[in-house]
Design a protein around this ligand. Sequence first.
Ligand code: NDP
Length: 429
Amino acid sequence: MSTTEVENYPGFPEGVTGPELMERMRQQALRWGAELYEEDVVSVDFSKRPFEIKSEDRTMRANAIILATGATAKRLRIPSEEKFWSKGISACAICDGASPAFAQKELAVVGGGDSACEEAIYLTKYASKVHLLVRGEEMRASKAMRDRVLDSSDVIVHYNTSVEDAAGNAQGFLESLKLVNTKTNKSIPEPLKVAGMFYGIGHTPNTKFLDSQLGTDEDGFIIVSDHDKTSTSVEGVFSAGDVHDKEWRQAITAAGSGCQAAISTERYLQMNKLLKEVKMMDTKDAKEEIEAAKKKEAEAPKKKTHEPAIDADNFDIDRQKHQGQYALRKLYHESPRPLVVMYTSPTCGPCKRLKPMLSTVLDEYEKSIHYVEIDIAKDPEIAESAGIMGTPCVQVFKDKARVAVINGVKMKSEYRKIFSEQLIESSAA
Ligand code: NDP
């Protein structure tokens, strides 16, 4: 889950962060006997029974599969987008709109469909004014939605308008948008002053890896049966959440859809005499096990290479993994190895996903690559001089030259490829 704050999940009156919600779900699944592998699936074969699922690290076989790979909100990709991502630019008004940073401020929504209209109406609860930026002559949204927008005195609709770029204030937060008249193709001289811009321009489902083995609609969303909203065109393959749901797209609706898919899967396995019962851990045992694992982890002597070096007292160039600006400076000037720097921030959900994944890849290069983690909240000047516009960001240096920049979370293979290329070039030189 890439959302940082989830405000509308029932049972969390104070809200909950996306990573915390995921961690709680993870522990609950483990209690019920699930085995979890954090890996990217690269291909599936639905022509075989059991089905075959391949990641970069293993091939697995399964009698039934639930696909819950979600959808990625489309972005405009304006030049300053990364810079202001989560600092005013967002793709989810419903997740982020309640942030105090937007209270009683003017905000913008891009798009003219039902999502954009819904976001604009939703944001009027918090904003002083909402500007709806529609690239065409009219809105594509349903009449009911259009009317709600047009009837609201808090929403101003700008037709024939698109966003060219954004500008920020001294604190690095979004302050204004540079707009273009799409009819004349000319820039609008006056920037639109807004504290937030929300994209409502549609979603792309994460279904590419399925390689057309399932029925999808023209936008790539999985088609599910009308009767249970979770069976797909291949018997034994079920779908849950945003990978088929174009409309609701909330953590709570996806969780409900996951539950439907799980029950359908269980029925399918039972009917086909493929069901294997897994016993739930007793709640008391589960709690004790989690506590024991935490205690063990806290008490275990840390593996030397994983201990982060922060200052001159504990810096050791023979270690692979380090943390903080002291280590970065030392390694940048003294390390003969390629240097991987990961920029993170404390509230960044995707950073929490990337850290263990990158650490596993780096373990394969223990003696040949150095690594430093920089928390941009602790070392803002380093982040600024490195030109960091969003987290997570991984930069690779060789002989003091920056040779690669990887924004966001990518597949393990992408990091491996870049690291290996640098090592091959090093040995060839
Ligand atoms: P849509 O594809 O319907 O609309 C996308 C909007 O974004 C369009 O207005 C499109 O403009 C605009 N757009 C796309 N790319 C750009 C771009 N690069 N720059 C500027 N504008 C752009 O997606 P939605 O997410 O709105 O809706 C998806 C589906 O979900 C629909 O079927 C909708 O009815 C449904 N839905 C229903 C809701 C409800 O009833 N409550 C709520 C939300 C969604 P243009 O029109 O010019 O192509």
